[in-house]
Design a protein around this ligand. Structure first.
Ligand SMILES: Nc1ncnc2c1ncn2[C@@H]1O[C@H](COP(=O)(O)OP(=O)(O)O)[C@@H](O)[C@H]1O
Ligand SMILES: [Mg+2]
Length: 303
């Protein structure tokens, strides 16, 4: 049984009755075994947050089914913990009380909740900061509190939506290392959303690449890098190979989202005119194997 099972899930938004529909996700299949670390990568607008919200039960799919630990998802539950980009800490509560909050909300007695929270605070490297308030902490420390808060209730599945996006580059790398250390100890199932490819490759057992408009699974790539992973792994040729392969799968979406011409073309001052789409002269790199669905990456070439 998978820890997470997403079957033929689609999501269509309609901003208001009679308004334009947005198909955010189409026919998403994703099975994640217990303890696996999966990263979801895709251009902005490829439905990453939508999929996380559906798994979290914060919103319902238009089509298909999602189950967590064999139970169909029909709303939020204790089996799933969220970590978002914005830390969402209560500014008027101490670190310890922020981390204990979920346990208290579940009805854990105060003394037990605080003891459990203290243990988690220590595990994320914040021992000594229990009585501090969020504004007294750096961004990286706040994000650790955020992670501690999600871990405190001991969910089987951690859903992390671009949790490190607001951090500076060095802090972000430190947090990546910390997250792997914590994950190795807890053996949680993790679904980690990022648009930073090297973050995905560094962290994950598997990188699921989403294509945009509508969001579909374009590739599912096993990352065969040994663990534990040191940051130096990012300089290995195998690492660069994965990163390059993933970039080739999403670059069309990313550049189109930014209204930039495909890499290698001369930048043009004219805005992208729908009447004359810039035809990519040639793919920037040789196409990858067909099972990666590479033909979808260059729809203009297939046309
Ligand atoms: N509540 C919503 N109502 C209408 N459209 C939405 C809503 N949330 C997301 N979308 C649209 O769905 C698509 C996917 O969005 P999102 O899941 O946020 O992508 P990502 O997280 O990959 O950037 C986008 O086109 C976005 O505009
Ligand atoms: Mg998002």
């Amino acid at each position: 049984m998978s820890a997470l099972d997403v079957r033929r899930v689609g999501k269509t938004y309609r901003a208001r009755p009679g308004g334009r529909e947005v198909e955010a996700l189409r026919a998403i299949d994703l099975a994640v075994p217990a303890g696996e670390f999966v990263a979801l990568v895709g251009a902005s607008g490829s439905g990453k947050s939508t999929l996380t919200r559906l798994i979290g039960g914060l919103d319902a799919p238009t089509r298909g089914e999602i189950s967590v630990g064999g139970r169909p998802v029909s709303g939020p539950g204790r089996d799933r913990g969220f970590v978002f980009q914005a830390d969402r800490l209560f500014p008027w509560r101490t670190v310890l009380d922020n981390v204990a909050f979920g346990l208290l909300a579940q009805g854990t007695p105060r003394r037990a909740a605080r003891a459990a929270a203290a243990a988690v605070v220590e595990r994320v490297g914040l021992a000594g900061f229990e009585a501090a308030y969020p504004h007294e902490l750096s961004g990286g420390m706040r994000q650790r509190v955020n992670l501690a808060r999600a871990l405190a209730t001991d969910p089987a599945l951690l859903l992390m939506d671009e949790p490190f996006a607001a951090l500076d580059a060095q802090t972000r790398e430190v947090m990546q290392v910390e997250l792997l250390r914590i994950w190795a100890r807890h053996q949680k199932t993790v679904v980690f959303i990022t648009h930073q490819i090297d973050e995905a490759v560094y962290l994950a057992d598997r990188v699921v690449v989403l294509g945009a408009r509508p969001g579909t699974v374009r590739a599912d790539i096993r990352i065969d890098l040994p663990r534990p992973r040191r940051l130096a792994v990012k300089h290995q040729p195998a690492f660069a190979g994965y990163a390059d392969r993933i970039w080739r799968l999403i670059q069309h979406d990313v550049l189109q989202g930014l209204r930039l011409p495909p890499e290698g073309d001369e930048p043009s001052a004219a805005p992208a005119a729908p009447a004359a789409p810039a035809a990519p002269a040639a793919p920037a790199a040789p196409p990858a194997s067909p099972e990666e669905g590479t033909r979808d990456v260059y729809p203009a070439l297939a046309a």
